[in-house]
Design a binder for this molecule. Structure first.
Ligand SMILES: NC(=O)C1=CN([C@@H]2O[C@H](COP(=O)(O)OP(=O)(O)OC[C@H]3O[C@@H](n4cnc5c(N)ncnc54)[C@H](O)[C@@H]3O)[C@@H](O)[C@H]2O)C=CC1
Ligand SMILES: O=C([O-])C1=[NH+]CCC1
Length: 315
């Protein structure tokens, strides 16, 4: 019996190089979301992620395995995320994706997961927005100015034609740096309320643990991508916005286990995004809508496969 070859290692620069434009992730992600929401016949096996709190340091380790029969891809992502980090030399979220040969369990590649997490999360928000944004969507608002704010800005300005992008961050300095670094317009706002007022599409990408977005500020018919607050006792959105919007989620099971915004508000889930993609649930884009994103392992599986296949075809 021969020993399996050493797994390939693809670091973040390599991933960036082999990562086609984030918008190319959209078709495989739509298929994955639809398959996930089809139950066993969709061929997606994705248990609820395990999250290990590291209380002493306000950190968490998430373990996110998934298999996609359609893609014949088997991965697990390990992701750490830390609140109020004193050490600013490393990102608050760091991840690695392990890609296995599903035929025999051999580890084929160890792939930087930080870039994958940033790009796939933004691409999924873009899918939700494509279905749920109002017919006229001129103003985009981003609350937060970190890694996800950047990846969301990039794909949202590539795919949609907003006339204005308003940004707010807890520290204004970071919002200013964000506005200077992006390739396009971004208007820095002095308060979250100022940024949200008049926005047609709102993205919340902060590490907040109490609400930063209030229903009374939100324009009727707006679409909100709620990306942060991934713990059962964390919030980004207040009860008003949660209870008075049509609520879409990536995974019902995850939302009812992990999302403080869903659990603590008692808001009723209308549909999974995958059900909208499949056409079994409507996209009520004329209403105020919230897409509560928690992040799914299957998104990492299809993104890692894309990177690996691209690397394989060029080597
Ligand atoms: N749904 C999903 O698939 C994923 C969600 N996330 C979540 O998205 C959010 C943003 O992630 P990253 O951009 O990677 O983080 P980051 O650390 O790069 O940026 C976080 C931003 O939030 C701001 N912030 C920190 N504490 C705050 C507070 N208490 N109130 C208001 N703003 C605060 C910071 O100034 C910073 O601009 C996090 O909550 C993260 O857990 C991250 C990855 C995937
Ligand atoms: O899907 C993901 O990787 C994460 N969701 C919240 C923190 C990390």
């Amino acid at each position: 019996m021969s020993r399996p070859a050493c797994p390939l290692y693809l670091g973040s620069e390599e991933v960036e190089k082999h990562f086609p434009s984030a918008s190319l992730l959209i078709p495989p992600l739509e298929t994955a979301l639809a398959n996930f929401s089809s139950g066993p016949e969709g061929g997606v096996v994705q248990p609820l992620r395990t999250v290990v709190p590291v209380e002493k340091y306000n950190g968490f380790l998430g373990v996110m395995p998934a298999y996609s029969a359609v893609d014949d891809a088997l991965t697990t992502k390990l992701v750490t995320f830390y609140e109020n980090m004193k050490d600013t030399s490393v990102p608050s979220h760091q991840a690695t994706v392990f890609l296995f040969d599903p035929r025999n369990g051999t580890l084929k590649a160890v792939i930087d997961g930080t870039v994958i997490t940033a790009k796939r999360t933004a691409a999924v928000s873009a899918i939700a927005t494509k279905f749920l944004k109002p017919a006229v969507a001129d103003v985009l608002c981003i609350l937060g100015a970190g890694v996800q704010a950047h990846s969301h800005y990039e794909i949202f300005t590539e795919l949609f034609s907003f006339k204005e992008v308003k940004i707010w961050n807890r520290s204004r300095e970071k919002a200013e740096t964000f506005a200077q670094s992006v390739k396009g317009p971004a208007q820095v706002c002095s308060s979250a309320q100022e940024a949200v007022t008049g926005a047609d599409v709102i993205i919340t990408v902060t590490m907040a643990t109490t609400p930063i977005l209030f229903g009374s500020w939100v324009k009727s018919g707006a679409h909100i991508n709620a990306v942060g607050a991934s713990r059962p006792d964390w919030r980004e959105l207040d009860d008003d916005v949660m209870r008075n919007s049509v609520l879409y989620v990536d995974s019902r099971e995850a939302a009812l286990t992990e999302s403080g915004d869903v659990i603590l508000s008692g808001a009723e889930i209308f549909a999974e995004l995958g059900e909208v993609v499949k056409g079994t649930k409507p996209a009520l884009s004329e209403k105020t809508t919230v897409f509560k994103s928690l992040g799914m392992a299957i998104e990492d599986t299809v993104a890692a496969k894309l990177v690996f296949d691209s690397w394989s075809s060029s080597n």
